[in-house]
Write a protein that binds this ligand. Structure first.
Ligand code: HEC
Ligand code: HEC
Ligand code: HEC
Ligand code: HEC
Ligand code: HEC
Ligand code: HEC
Ligand code: HEC
Ligand code: HEC
Length: 246
């Protein structure tokens, strides 16, 4: 028989000691009902069931806030449960406590979902916080239970909604469509007969962004002759969302 390699002996001792510790630990620390219902502690079911429910579910809110629910279901926030924004409200809903649910009026809250994040799906409505009406509460303009804003007939956004929405969240949000487009009044009623024009000269941009322009000091100035080389401004900047990098 070959000699057992010397280092195996301490290893075997260590193995036996660890095995012993495991057996003892199992006796001492594994709860009694472990394994009765599979890989769980059977008493955990009763313990969890005995905890007071913190969330009530949206159906309970209907009893008293039906009007808000109806409005929300017709809006793009239809998929959000009340308690997603107002927090756990079971105590309030049962009337057992005069503690009211939280009302998240801060900008931070809306931005959990709407702050710009390149990982979000394309088309999900997002804003750049430092540009979208900075400093003002979202709920000043948006109804959180029906966040889309009403639009008048004949406004450009009634037909060009995508463009209007993009502009509204860009650094060009304060501009009117007609700052850049020449639009005959009848375009709004007969758009295919009476055409609106797209800018055909870089001067459209230059009247605000050229070095000597009379626009406010907060508007970034560029050298019209140098900047962008031989390309047109809108070959690099989408005019309705002009920031070159987000
Ligand atoms: C039994 C009726 C009842 C139910 C059910 C109920 N509420 Fe209310 N809720 C009220 C009343 C009444 C008030 C107004 C209390 C006040 O102004 O003092 C109120 C106020 C609120 C407020 C405003 C708090 C504030 O600070 O102004 C929120 C938010 C609210 N409820 C959310 C919910 C949610 C979410 C649910 C469902 C989980 C719910 N409620 C279920 C009766 C109810
Ligand atoms: C997207 C987040 C959000 C969701 C979802 C939401 N709320 Fe609100 N809720 C708010 C905010 C923000 C306010 C404060 C509005 C303000 O101050 O103008 C508010 C205000 C309220 C108020 C105070 C009264 C009022 O109308 O201003 C009640 C009551 C209320 N919510 C109940 C509900 C119920 C019931 C649901 C579900 C059907 C719900 N909310 C869903 C964000 C939300
Ligand atoms: C838990 C996530 C969540 C929160 C918090 C939230 N929203 Fe929304 N919001 C959504 C979803 C989802 C949509 C629908 C997106 C879609 O249609 O693809 C939406 C849509 C919108 C729209 C687009 C409306 C339209 O019809 O084009 C606006 C504006 C908006 N929310 C504003 C707000 C404001 C203001 C707040 C804070 C009071 C807020 N949201 C809080 C998830 C959220
Ligand atoms: C001064 C008014 C005002 C304030 C304050 C404001 N918004 Fe808006 N917001 C608008 C207008 C106007 C639009 C464009 C009209 C529309 O499509 O509803 C818009 C559009 C949006 C859109 C839709 C963009 C799209 O792609 O459809 C979202 C999302 C949005 N706002 C979220 C917010 C959030 C979040 C806040 C707070 C951090 C906020 N808004 C504050 C006026 C405001
Ligand atoms: C009643 C719906 C409607 C309204 C309101 C409207 N438009 Fe239009 N617009 C259209 C349609 C439809 C076209 C496409 C016309 C075509 O292809 O012949 C168009 C085309 C345009 C074009 C030209 C696009 C191109 O590719 O040449 C511009 C620019 C434009 N609109 C800007 C505006 C502006 C700015 C306003 C607000 C002052 C406005 N429109 C209001 C429906 C509308
Ligand atoms: C900063 C100047 C500027 C503003 C403000 C502006 N546009 Fe434009 N728009 C342009 C330019 C430049 C083009 C041509 C883009 C191109 O050819 O690639 C254009 C193109 C368009 C087109 C053609 C389709 C497209 O997406 O290229 C439509 C429609 C349009 N604009 C509508 C609008 C409406 C509606 C508004 C207001 C909500 C608006 N524009 C605000 C500069 C502007
Ligand atoms: C009526 C004045 C006006 C016109 C016309 C105008 N802009 Fe602007 N532009 C602004 C304002 C105001 C801002 C926001 C302040 C800033 O960031 O400089 C802005 C911001 C920008 C920015 C973002 C700057 C940054 O901070 O990253 C770019 C890029 C831009 N504009 C390009 C254009 C292009 C391209 C055109 C022509 C299609 C144009 N602008 C026409 C007023 C104008
Ligand atoms: C070849 C692509 C290209 C063309 C063409 C172009 N730009 Fe830009 N522009 C950029 C890039 C990239 C940036 C960002 C540069 C940076 O932040 O350093 C920028 C930045 C800007 C800024 C912001 C400058 C600042 O200091 O924040 C303005 C305003 C602007 N461009 C306006 C215009 C106007 C107006 C035209 C047409 C005369 C134009 N651009 C043509 C690529 C272009």
């Amino acid at each position: 028989m070959r000699k057992i390699p010397q280092q195996l002996i301490p290893l075997a001792v260590l193995f036996i000691v660890l095995l012993g510790v495991l057996v003892v630990a199992r006796q001492l620390f594994v709860p009694k009902t472990f394994g009765d219902l599979g890989h769980y502690r059977a008493t955990a079911v009763d313990e969890v069931a005995a905890q007071p429910a913190a969330y009530a579910g949206y159906r309970v809110c209907l009893d008293c806030h039906d009007d808000i629910y109806q409005r929300k279901q017709l809006s793009s926030h239809a998929g959000l449960a009340c308690e997603t924004c107002h927090g756990a409200a079971a105590a309030h809903a049962t009337g057992e406590s005069d503690q009211l649910p939280t009302v998240p009026r801060g900008r931070d809250h809306c931005q959990l979902c709407h702050g710009y994040n390149s990982a979000r799906p394309t088309g999900f409505p997002q804003i750049l916080s430092n540009m979208h009406n900075p400093g003002e509460a979202c709920v000043k303009c948006h109804d959180s239970h029906s966040p889309r804003m009403a639009k008048g007939n004949g406004e450009c956004s009634a037909c060009h909604q995508m463009i209007a929405n993009q502009k509204a969240v860009s650094s060009h949000m304060s501009l009117d469509c007609t700052d850049c487009h020449t639009v005959p009044i009848d375009h709004a009623t007969q758009p295919r007969v009476v055409q609106a024009l797209k800018p055909n000269s870089e001067e459209t941009c230059g009247k605000c962004h050229a070095r000597g322009s009379s626009a406010g000091a907060e508007v970034a100035r560029i050298d019209m002759a140098e900047h962008g080389g031989r390309y047109l401004c809108w070959e690099c900047h989408y005019p309705h969302l002009p920031e070159a990098k987000l």
